[in-house]
Design a protein around this ligand. Structure first.
Ligand code: MG
Length: 396
């Protein structure tokens, strides 16, 4: 029985990348919510034809990798290991290859950590051609005219025939590329160049224009945009729910959604007992995973005695905005036998719109009885339910 070939992705993440002008190495700069290196590694870890991933790290980045990247890679069942790179890219790749020597690797795909947009299709394309011919790498043809120039003046045009823009991953028969690296005597620009010096023929496969190499600060914005397009979920959408009950007590009015309604009883509570605003406020805190109204405004605190509940809703709304969310819509149901809610619904929606700065067309208030069943049906109090959707647009 022959053992299935073992395909390894060797990700080179040891460079210093000073051109991205960041306080940290560009491989660790967050992109659409995760470090660049995590995107790159996951593309290979989640590919069905990749058996193992080896990441070559800079000696100084080990803590950053362990804290910020490694935990994100655990979602995949594919094994991932690391080794330490060297002063140059050539040395880093060679260290990675040596770390894989004698582990049964048949094929290696060598990829730059700074290309996080590598697609599954391109990985498959490079791998298929590598298995077929021993070495393959992706490249793009040139569509722009090439000029020569000096001092910002065009001095001539260059022939673009036969020119390609090289990308990674570059795929090789493992033993051949290891041997080529072992024999390397002068620096080579990439692994295709290393292979060519050892007289290994390298096939060109069609590259992917989205497989960009992050180099400048502007590349991060472009990469974030491409990731949003690829994932198809450009927004962070959160729903929350809230529920509250207050008992009736002696009084002459109730306050619901900030609207005072004459009634033969009042509602018992530390604040103005606006059960509807409390439910909506809790729904927002819930969507934000920020606790509940009782944690933000403890009922024992004398500051909130008799307080207008609009203060609480305003706080939750502001917290949501501070975290980058807008309130998409609210749906609130008030549950009671009396007072009649219907005549006050328009005023309630207007009041909510004023407190939350959300158009009233996105604010629903409705009411129901419980057919005289339960505490609400017996007229012992009022309950309210609320649902809210918060949306944060993708910002990379
Ligand atoms: Mg309450």
């Amino acid at each position: 029985m022959t053992k299935a070939p073992t395909v390894v992705a060797l990700i080179v993440a040891a460079g210093r990348g000073t051109r991205a002008q960041s306080a940290r190495p560009k491989q660790y700069v967050p992109l659409a919510g995760a470090p660049v290196l995590a995107h790159t590694a996951l593309a290979f870890l989640q590919h069905p034809e990749i058996d193992r991933v080896m990441i070559v790290l800079n000696r100084d980045d080990h803590a950053l990798y362990t804290q910020e990247v490694a935990p994100l890679l655990a979602v995949s069942g594919t094994p991932v290991s690391t080794c330490i790179g060297g002063e140059t890219r050539n040395i880093s790749v060679k260290n990675g290859l040596l770390a894989l020597e004698n582990t049964g690797v048949s094929t290696v795909l060598i990829h730059d950590a700074a290309r996080p947009l590598i697609s599954a299709e391109l990985i498959s394309r490079v791998l298929a051609r590598t298995v077929e011919g021993g070495a393959a790498a992706p490249a793009l043809t040139l569509s722009d005219t090439l000029w020569r120039g000096r001092d910002a003046q065009v001095t001539g045009a260059a022939d673009r025939t036969g020119l390609f823009r090289a990308q990674t991953p570059q795929g090789f028969d493992f033993a051949s590329i290891l041997s080529a690296h072992n024999r390397l005597t002068a620096p080579a620009t990439d692994d295709v160049e290393v292979a060519r010096r050892a007289n290994l023929p390298v096939a060109i496969v069609a590259g992917d224009p989205d497989n960009i190499k992050i180099t400048t600060p502007g590349d991060f914005a472009r990469a974030a945009r491409l990731i949003r397009q690829k994932t198809g979920s450009p927004m962070d959408i959160r729903s929350g729910n809230g529920f509250d009950v207050h008992a009736f007590c002696p009084g002459d009015h109730v306050t619901l959604c900030g609207v005072r309604i004459s009634h033969r009883q009042g509602l018992l509570g530390h604040s103005d007992a606006d059960v509807a605003l409390h439910a909506i406020t809790d729904a927002i805190y819930g969507a934000l995973a920020e606790g509940d109204i009782g944690q933000w405004f403890p009922p024992g605190d004398p500051r909130w005695k008799g307080a207008e509940s609009a203060v609480f809703l305003h706080h939750a709304t502001t917290l949501s905005a501070d975290k980058g969310y807008r309130i998409n819509n609210v749906d609130c149901t008030i549950i009671c036998e009396s007072p009649k809610i219907g005549p006050h619904v328009d005023a309630m929606r207007d009041r909510l719109a004023g407190i939350m700065a959300v158009p009233r067309t996105r604010l629903s208030v409705k009411a129901t009885t419980t057919e005289r069943l339960g505490f609400a049906g017996r007229g012992e109090g009022i309950a309210a339910l609320a649902n809210v959707i918060l949306i944060k647009s993708g910002e990379g």
